[in-house]
Design a protein around this ligand. Structure first.
Ligand code: ADP
Ligand code: MG
Ligand code: MG
Length: 872
């Protein structure tokens, strides 16, 4: 049977999201449960994929099916496409499987031309409406389909408003709008070189193609990469008959949530604008009214809307985000979806739904996007400092969090400043989808215009970035990069602090403090821990980090990078002496100075971990990373070593490597300088013995990890003197301490020969940063230079250093487990690369049977939740 590319809303349902996209599937579902939905049909995501396969053309087969469905739509609505007397006007709306708010383009009032407008203007007795529809259509079609650019049309509107001495679009009358439509068409012709299309079918195909094409626009690509949405999914297209919110004062359009998307509080939340259409509410052309005010103006529609909200929430068992239009007092539902929400709101809603009996604990855990938790783990304003500070202005608390940084005025500046390490707050009149990368680069976003559902607010909430929107007290001068607030002029680079929960704006810097897990966050994490089977450890080098990670739920240290302990000034001197030694004796003398410091560090770590496992990795980086580069430091070292400066310089020069990441590092250091590994062994074992003595009830069992092993003999060689040294210490202390010696699997050869290596290793820890680097054959420090080109060319969709490459690197991991485990049934396995805190990578680790993931302290809750979701 031939593939079916089109579905009437009445033919689909909510489960067909893959084929119909989220919007289409939900329009179908709403139709099925009897809600008032303007009827239409959905062109499937497969048609989009086919469009790309056919070199960005709609093939005749699909074209024919679309035409067939237009006829069906005409029958359902009793209107005819392109008919003068009774024209069918439609919207053409994109809708991917996962909602991508504001990322794709919509066209309204399609099907209009000069003749049709004149007729409906006369027939309806409402020429203002007719011309408003037409000018909007030309505007959107030119922008979305022909890519003329919004700004030309907005300028024409501004000119018209100035000429008429009015402030708002609604104050323009039919004549003005007609003149605007003509100006728009002239603008179109001057930019495109041909007349604006009059044939509705031609308009429709153009619009459908534009939606397909928008799947590949740069902002959609950025959004997808941030949200793990595969490029291969494609978008569906919805063709829907219009409901008109712009026919007069008994009409309007709105957006609403069934619960507050910022806090999660139960209750209708949203905005409504009379005599308006489409994006007017979110684009901030006028300040909309709070949804509750709708009750006075539209009592019946409001009552019905309330009922619909309840129906939808009960049906989807989740907070809904809805779009609707009122046409002459009658309600039409245009969209519903599970609403995007802040992390705080997500936790509250999930807990409330459990308490309301709508969801199970498992479902509640599954509802939270782990990536979202990040925002809750970021610093909040210090409560004391905040109390003492006086806000100089207030906007809407559109996306919670605390942001403090230097003011920038454009998205490009935000990106550029961020790249050179500056923290910035982006201040804009309003944001648009083009600003998305700049928004991402900002600590926070402050806008002059726009409500809680404005672009800035929605996108910021999605990204978990703090946002204060609609502070109309700001007198903005974007062109000159300055604004005035509370009588003070602010310039680019000035410090500002904004509170995304209260909407308060502060002059200067307000200090921030770390977040904690409590309340609903704690409840959800408790449930997550109940359901997950994989352990979560942390990568921590200092007792402070380890404590933080413990607070956030870490069950051990999966990776302690010992070299990080060497950088403080007192230690680096001793370490440099060690590096610049000529003889074993000299080296041992220098190491003897370091040993007690290391031992103290390890004792503090064991204390912080309270008997939970601690994996300590032996020295890993190439030695040249530690040598001095400043002349004064070199001289000091020469003096300490009692050697000529030239000798020291010669040693430094000799440490130079062409490719240090593949050079003299990892266990190769232990092979060439066994005394380093011996010193580290002593420090680890002595520390453990001491802590065990002080806390007999704790399990203190050191896990010594040898990095960068690629051959069984190499591990055996190093392990031999590690074990000898350790056993000697244990014996001397008369202790019964047990310990393990394991290895990192971070070189492909280690994975390939894991059956041999497992004979000597008590555990494997996948160092996926190096394993990725070595498997791909490119350096993680240099990949940034070319990865963007790879994204643009669709060779890679993600940064393999952020998201585990399951097909390649993942296959090596699986192979290592399959080879290693049978040889050594006691072998325990974990991961300690950056991937240990990435939700999809965590899911993969669970699937292949790792015992634990280890990630940076602030990612621990994310990993706990992701591990639970993987297990559910
Ligand atoms: P987005 O995915 O960016 O929200 P939509 O496809 O939902 O884009 O369209 C944007 C807005 O256009 C909707 O919120 C709605 O107000 C308006 N709209 C879309 N289709 C119709 C329609 N058939 N009748 C009236 N308004 C519509
Ligand atoms: Mg929408
Ligand atoms: Mg490594």
């Amino acid at each position: 049977m031939a593939k079916k590319y089109c579905y009437l809303f009445s033919e689909g349902n909510a489960n067909m999201r893959e084929l119909l996209g989220g919007k289409g599937a939900n329009l179908a579902e709403m139709t099925n449960i009897g809600l008032p939905v303007p009827q239409g049909f959905t062109i499937t995501t497969e048609a989009c994929t086919q469009y790309y396969e056919d070199n960005r053309e709609i093939n005749p087969e699909i074209m024919a099916e679309i035409n067939e469905y237009i006829v069906k739509m005409e029958e359902i609505t009793g209107k005819k496409f392109g008919d003068k007397e009774n024209p069918l006007l439609v919207s053409v709306r994109s809708g991917a499987r996962a909602s991508m708010p504001g990322m794709m383009d919509t066209i309204l009032n399609l099907g209009l031309n000069e003749e049709v407008v004149e007729t409906i203007a006369a027939q309806s007795g409402n020429p203002r409406w007719a011309w408003d529809c037409y000018r909007r259509f030309i505007q959107m079609y030119s922008d979305v389909v022909m890519e003329v650019g919004k700004k030309y049309f907005e300028e024409l509107i501004d000119e018209m408003k100035a000429k008429k001495g009015v402030k708002q679009d609604v104050e323009l009358n039919a004549e003005d709008l007609k003149e605007l439509a003509n100006q728009f068409k002239a603008e179109y012709k001057s930019k495109i070189g041909s007349d604006f299309p009059t044939d509705p079918k031609e308009q429709l195909m153009g619009a459908i193609k534009a939606v397909f094409r928008s799947w590949d626009n740069p902002r959609a690509n950025v959004y997808r990469r941030d949200n793990d949405i595969p490029y291969s999914w494609g978008t569906a297209v919805n063709v829907q008959s219009m409901a008109f919110g712009n026919m007069g004062d008994d009409c309007g359009t709105g957006v609403a949530f069934t619960r507050d998307p910022a806090t999660g509080a139960k209750g209708l939340f949203g905005e409504f604008l009379t005599n308006a259409q489409g994006e007017d509410v979110v684009a901030g052309v006028r300040t909309p009214m709070h949804i509750s005010e709708m009750e006075q103006k539209f009592p019946e529609a409001f009552a019905e809307f309330n009922k619909v909200c309840k129906t939808l929430e009960d049906h989807y068992r989740d907070m809904q985000d809805m779009e609707f239009t009122v046409e002459h007092g009658k309600l039409y539902m245009l969209q519903t979806r599970n609403g995007k929400r802040t992390a705080q709101a997500a936790l509250k809603i999930a807990c409330d739904l459990v308490d309301e009996g709508m969801r199970t604990e498992e479902e509640a855990v599954a509802m939270i996007d782990p990536r979202n938790l990040d925002t809750l783990l970021h610093p909040q304003f210090d409560a004391k400092a905040l109390k003492a500070a006086t806000p100089m202005g207030k906007g809407l608390g559109a996306s919670p969090g605390a942001a403090c940084g230097k003011i920038v005025f454009t998205a490009d500046d935000a990106e550029a400043w961020n790249e050179r390490g500056e923290k910035v707050v982006l201040v804009r009149l309003e944001t648009s989808p083009e600003d998305i990368t700049g928004m991402k680069a900002s600590q926070g976003i402050l806008t002059v215009r726009g409500g809680m559902t404005s672009h800035a607010a929605v996108v910021a909430r999605g990204m978990g970035t703090c946002c204060v929107s609609g502070c109309s007290d700001i007198v903005m001068d974007e062109a000159n990069k300055k604004f005035t607030l509370a009588g003070k002029e602010f310039h680019e680079g000035d410090y500002i602090s904004i509170d995304g929960s209260t909407g308060n704006i502060y002059d200067g810097i307000i200090p921030t403090v770390d977040a904690t897990i409590a309340g609903e966050f704690g409840r959800i994490m408790g449930w997550a821990d109940k359901f997950r089977t994989m352990k979560v450890r942390t990568n921590a080098d200092t007792p402070a980090d380890a404590k933080k990670a413990r607070e956030l739920g870490a069950e051990g240290i999966g990776l302690c990078r010992t070299e990080h302990m060497f950088f403080d000034p007192e230690r680096i001197a001793a370490f440099r002496e060690m590096i610049c030694s000529d003889t074993v004796e000299e080296r041992e003398a220098a190491l003897a100075k370091i040993e007690p410091m290391q031992q103290a560090d390890f004792e503090a770590l064991y204390e912080a971990l309270e008997g939970n496992p601690v994996t300590i990795r032996f020295l890993d980086p190439p030695l040249h990373e530690f040598v001095p580069t400043e002349e004064a430091d070199i001289e000091a070292l020469a003096k300490a070593q009692n050697k000529p400066v030239e000798t020291i310089k010669a040693i430094i020069a000799s440490l130079h490597e062409f490719n240090p990441m593949m050079g003299h590092r990892g266990c190769r250091l232990a092979v060439t300088y066994p005394e380093i590994a011996k010193m580290q062994t002593k420090a680890v074992i002595k520390a453990a013995i001491n802590v065990k003595k002080n806390h007999p009830d704790w399990t203190v069992k050191p896990e010594i990890m040898i990095p960068l092993v690629n051959d069984i003999k190499e591990l055996k060689y190093v392990k031999k003197f590690v074990v000898e040294t350790a056993d000697a210490e244990i014996k001397a202390a008369g202790s019964d301490l047990e310990y393990e010696v394991g290895t990192m699997i971070e070189i492909p050869r280690a994975a390939l020969t894991a059956d041999e290596i497992a004979k000597e290793a008590d555990f494997f820890c996948f160092g996926t940063n190096d394993l990725t680097q070595m498997t791909f054959g490119f350096s993680r420090d240099d990949a940034g230079k070319f990865l963007n080109a790879y994204y643009d060319a669709k060779i890679y969709e993600n940064d393999p250093f952020a998201k585990l490459d399951q097909n390649g690197v993942g296959k090596l991991m699986e192979m290592a487990l399959e080879l290693g485990k049978p040889v050594n049934p006691k072998l325990h396995c974990g991961i300690c690369g950056e991937h240990g805190g990435d939700p999809t990578s965590v899911e993969f680790c669970n699937k292949i049977g790792l015992d634990y993931v280890s990630c940076s302290p602030f990612r621990v809750p994310i990993a706990r939740l992701a591990a639970a979701q993987a297990a559910i």
